[in-house]
Ligand binder design. Structure first.
Ligand code: SF4
Ligand code: SF4
Length: 142
């Protein structure tokens, strides 16, 4: 899914870090100037995506895009649809990916309260750390 900020705007700033990190090369982004849409007291985003597509037939659900995103703008969900009728139906465009977020938040309203700062603090603390990487190198380490 592509996530929204507290004002319902897409969080994505079209930096293309996710598509660069994606090993399956299945994310396509076309950036555009954000204009005044993101200029307020809290944000001043230069760009947003006018096209954001994920080819779900190529996606291997590795989560590298989620790890790479600096904005908490893309995430995995517990909602799956792995059957459809045409290949084109597996090209998830921006509206569809944002729609997944809208549905996800209906199912998990507590997650809508997640704020960017808290998310980044969580991501920095609970994902891979130097210590966990070093431990993994030890015999029998995890
Ligand atoms: S989860 Fe899918 S879209 Fe994201 S980096 Fe992995 S292959 Fe690419
Ligand atoms: S989803 Fe995240 S990493 Fe990908 S372009 Fe948008 S802001 Fe950048």
């Amino acid at each position: 899914m592509l996530t929204r900020d507290e004002q319902g705007r897409e969080k994505c700033v079209a930096c293309e870090m996710c598509s660069t990190a994606c090993p399956a090369d299945c994310i396509r982004i076309v950036a555009n100037d954000s204009g005044d849409a993101w200029k307020d007291n809290f944000e001043n985003r230069e760009k947003h995506p006018i096209v954001f597509e994920i080819d779900e037939l190529r996606c291997i659900f590795c989560g590298m895009c989620v790890e790479a995103c600096p904005e908490d703008a893309i995430d995995m969900t517990d909602m799956h649809n792995l059957a459809d009728y045409t290949r084109q139906d597996f090209i998830y465009d921006k509206e569809r990916l944002l729609g997944v977020y809208d549905e996800y938040i209906k199912r998990h309203p507590d997650h809508a309260k997640r704020r960017d700062g808290e998310f980044k603090a969580m991501k920095n603390s609970s994902y891979f750390s130097v210590v966990s990487v070093e431990n993994a190198k030890k015999p029998g380490g995890h």
